[in-house]
Structures are given as structure tokens and as C-alpha cells.
Design a protein around this ligand. Structure first.
Ligand SMILES: [Zn+2]
Length: 450
């Protein structure tokens, strides 16, 4: 299988690409002006922040960034395009020859800036919302280097991480090219698939469709398909047009602009791959490092906590992420802070509370910030490491539960767990489970040998 993607990323700017209209959600056709509606005589001006974000993204994706910004008009007639042309970059894109490593090197042909067309809404009638017209997009075009749906998923995971680390939304739409060996790589394009998950699903579904067609001796037509996210299936839209059909011309309203040097030199944040490399160097297992670095905010909290990296990585992966998922919250939405998480992990690390108590504390802290040390004192949660007490409680439990003891001695393993539970309960869950189990076993062995 060969897959190539044209991915449109919505940049995270306050205003549109060529006018001052807001990019926030609003009632249909209220975020509009003469520029984004294409009134005769209106003149576009370039949004600097969009250029900055596209330049940073290009650099993070290893593109060679051009010095000049050159815009062209892509002419076509469609109701979502009131100017009858889309302002884009064609002959001279902002960046060329980038790459992403995702189970092999995936070459990125180009990245360029362009405006989004309006949104067509079809229910019983056809409606158009021009709020989207002129929204800033970065388009990334890959070479057909992706060889499986699995590799496509890894690729998109990498791209999604980079977007998040750069504070660009991971709002994406893609045109997906799929061809299979069995058909001699006859290319089909699926237009406008929204979201990373559906891009992967569309690839799987389209490859399956093509295989079936070849098996039935049908010819794979070089055509454009749509994606139905409800049916999870592709459908034929039209036979393919070529780029020449669009009649590109340089846009006479937009002079060539030099990309500001500060955008070319601005320091890129440390990205996910670099963080993973740094964490694994500190001894953190790759699988833990990968999951922690997936989210920039989690990675930042992880780095702020001063503790043995392997220990805290285990707690982040198993507990912090579990509690966040369970509460359906991001780290920023939660009440976790550097201070409260650090206190809990330190108490566990220093063996002052046991793991079960630590987990319970995190489950509370995710929804409510409180003074951890005070709470531990008030609720008497410090671990008992008094083995005399454990011995005493164990002796009492054995004395008062003759039938369970006899069950165990006659070979019922379950009785051991029952007795263990009783000792745990009597020490209020604060004693070291390992010591309890050891003690209990030793006492029972004594009885057995009698
Ligand atoms: Zn506007």
C-alpha cells in the first residue's frame, strides 16, 4: 500500500489570514467582511501571527524554509468561494523537503499557507457559512511514503504531538491518496476527511474497497472520493482534475513579503521526541517516557517534580494518567499542582504512606486541592511500620477466626486472603501489606507444623 496525505491544519490565530475578522465561534455569517467575502476592490493584508506559526511548524517538521512569502490565486467556481479563487501558495511554498520519523522516514514535499473556503452545510437545504472563509490553514503535503494504516497512525500521532507542543490546534482535515500494489498503484483520492482518527479509518476502508475491486476484476478508476464518517465508507465524488485545471496566477494584491528573521530564529520548544530521548537517558522505560511526553502539560508537571525519574514516571503513567482519564480531565483542567502531586509522591517514595493511600490521595486531589500533609495527619494515614503491632493484630485475628485458620490448614488457599484482609482492616490499611503477609504466613506455618 502507498499512502500520501495533504493535511490542512487550522492555525491558532485570533483573526483570519487576510482580514481582521475573528476566528472564534459565532452565529453563521457574522464573522465576515468585504475581504473574506471577496467584494470587488477589497484588499487582503497578511496576518503576521499566521506566518509565524506556519514558519515554526515548518521548522519543527525539518522543512527548508524559504525567505520570501509568495501568494497565488487558485481559480475555481464553487459556492464556498465567493471570490472565485482561493489565495494559496503554489509555485513557491513557504517550506520544502521536510520529514517526520514514524517507523521510517516519511518525506514531506511541501508546506504552505492558504485560506480556508466557507463551510457548506447540507441538510434539507444547502446552507453556506462564510465565517470559515479566510481562516488560516497550513497545508502539509507528504510523499506517498506511508506503507500501512499502522504507519499512518504513528505518523499522525507524531504530527499531532508537534502541533500541540507548538500551541497550534490539532484540528485537521486531510485529502488522502491511497493505492495498492494489486492494482498497479492506481491512485484514488479521498477528499476532506476530518480528524486524525477518521483519516486512519478512511485509509483502511479505502484499501479494503480497492482490494475487493481487484479481486472482482474491476478497474480501479483514478477518481476523487468522499468520506462518510457515519457509514465509515468512501463514496465516488468525481473523476480527478489535475492542478493545471485550476489556472494558478500570482496574486497581484499581495506583494512578495520577506519572512521576518525573528520567525526564522525563534527558539523552538523542546519537542516530544527530544523529551523521550532525555527521559530514557535518565533510566525511564521507553513506554513510560513515550506516554508522558505525549502531552506537553503532563511532561512539564513531570519535569517540575524533583524525585527519582524512574519512580515518578511509574506513578505518572499508572496513577496520574489513570485518575485524569477516569475523571475525563486534562492536567490543566484538574486540581493537580506541582506542590500537591510532589507531596504525595514524596510521601510514597519515603515510605511514609503506602501505595494504596497514595493512590487514594491522588483520586481526591484531582478534583480538590488541599494541604496534603495536614490531611494525612488529620486522617491518621501515615504508614504503620511497627511490626510489633502487626504481630499483635495478627495473633488476635488468628485466635478469633478458628474456622478460617482450620480451612487454611486443610488446604484452602482462599482462607489466607480472608485472614490477610482482616489484619489489613484492623491496621486501617496503613500497614505494609508485604510485612503483614510475611507475618501471617510465618504464624500459619508454625500452626501447620504442630
Ligand atoms: Zn473578513
Amino acid at each position: 500500500m502507498k499512502v500520501g496525505l495533504e493535511i490542512h491544519v487550522t492555525l491558532n490565530t485570533k483573526s483570519k489570514l487576510f482580514c481582521t475578522c475573528s476566528t472564534t465561534n459565532a452565529l453563521p455569517n457574522t464573522n465576515v467582511c468585504e475581504v473574506c467575502l471577496g467584494f470587488p476592490g477589497s484588499k487582503p493584508t497578511v496576518n503576521k501571527e499566521a506566518v509565524r506559526q506556519c514558519t515554526l511548524l515548518a521548522r519543527a517538521l525539518n522543512f527548508t524554509v524559504k525567505n520570501n512569502l509568495v501568494f497565488s490565486r487558485k481559480s475555481y467556481f464553487y459556492p464556498d468561494l465567493s471570490k472565485n479563487y482561493q489565495i494559496t501558495q503554489f509555485e513557491e511554498p513557504l517550506g520544502v523537503n521536510g520529514s517526520i520519523i514514524a517507523d521510517g522516514n516519511i518525506r514531506l514535499k511541501r508546506i504552505h499557507l492558504e485560506e480556508d473556503p466557507a463551510q457548506i452545510i447540507r441538510n434539507n437545504k444547502t446552507l453556506i457559512d462564510y465565517n470559515r472563509s479566510g481562516m488560516p490553514l497550513a497545508e502539509i503535503v507528504t510523499e506517498p511514503d506511508i506503507k500501512s494504516a499502522e504507519q499512518a497512525r504513528l505518523f499522525m500521532n507524531k504530527l499531532s504531538r508537534i502541533l500541540k507542543y507548538l500551541n497550534i490546534t490539532d484540528n485537521v482535515k486531510a485529502d488522502v491518496n491511497v493505492s495498492i500494489k494489486e492494482s498497479g498503484y492506481s491512485r484514488c483520492e479521498i477528499k476532506n476527511v476530518t480528524g486524525f482518527k477518521d483519516i486512519e479509518r478512511a485509509i483502511i476502508s479505502e484499501a479494503k474497497r480497492q482490494k475487493k475491486a481487484v479481486e472482482n476484476n474491476e478497474k480501479i478508476q483514478n477518481a476523487t472520493y468522499g468520506w462518510d464518517p457515519l457509514k465509515q465508507k468512501t463514496y465516488v465524488m468525481r473523476l480527478k482534475e489535475s492542478e493545471a485545471d485550476y489556472g494558478y496566477i500570482y496574486d497581484p494584491d499581495l506583494p512578495i513579503i520577506k519572512i521576518p528573521t525573528q520567525f526564522l530564529k525563534e527558539k523552538l520548544p523542546e519537542l516530544s521526541d527530544e523529551k523521550i530521548a532525555r527521559y530514557t537517558k535518565q533510566g525511564v522505560p521507553l513506554s513510560d517516557a513515550d506516554i508522558i511526553a505525549q502531552d506537553k502539560d503532563i511532561a512539564e508537571l513531570f519535569e517540575q517534580i524533583n524525585l527519582d525519574p524512574v519512580f515518578k514516571a511509574k506513578w505518572f503513567r499508572r496513577e496520574i494518567l489513570r485518575v485524569l482519564n477516569y475523571n475525563n480531565q486534562t492536567i490543566l483542567q484538574s486540581k493537580f499542582t506541582k506542590e500537591n502531586v510532589s507531596k504525595v509522591l514524596n510521601l510514597v517514595y519515603e515510605n511514609k504512606i503506602n501505595e494504596a493511600v497514595g493512590k487514594k490521595l491522588l483520586e481526591k486531589l484531582v478534583v480538590e486541592d488541599f494541604d496534603v500533609e495536614k490531611h494525612v495527619k488529620e486522617h491518621d494515614l501515615l504508614k504503620i511500620d511497627d511490626s510489633d503491632l502487626i504481630k499483635k493484630v495478627t495473633a488476635e485475628v488468628l485466635k478469633n477466626n478458628n474456622s478460617a485458620v482450620n480451612d487454611y490448614l486443610s488446604g484452602e488457599q482462599k482462607a489466607l486472603n480472608f485472614l490477610f484482609g482482616l489484619v489489613m482492616r484492623q491496621t486501617k490499611g496503613k500497614a505494609d501489606p508485604g510485612i503483614i503477609r510475611e507475618n501471617l504466613q510465618a504464624e500459619l506455618d508454625k500452626l501447620k507444623s504442630k
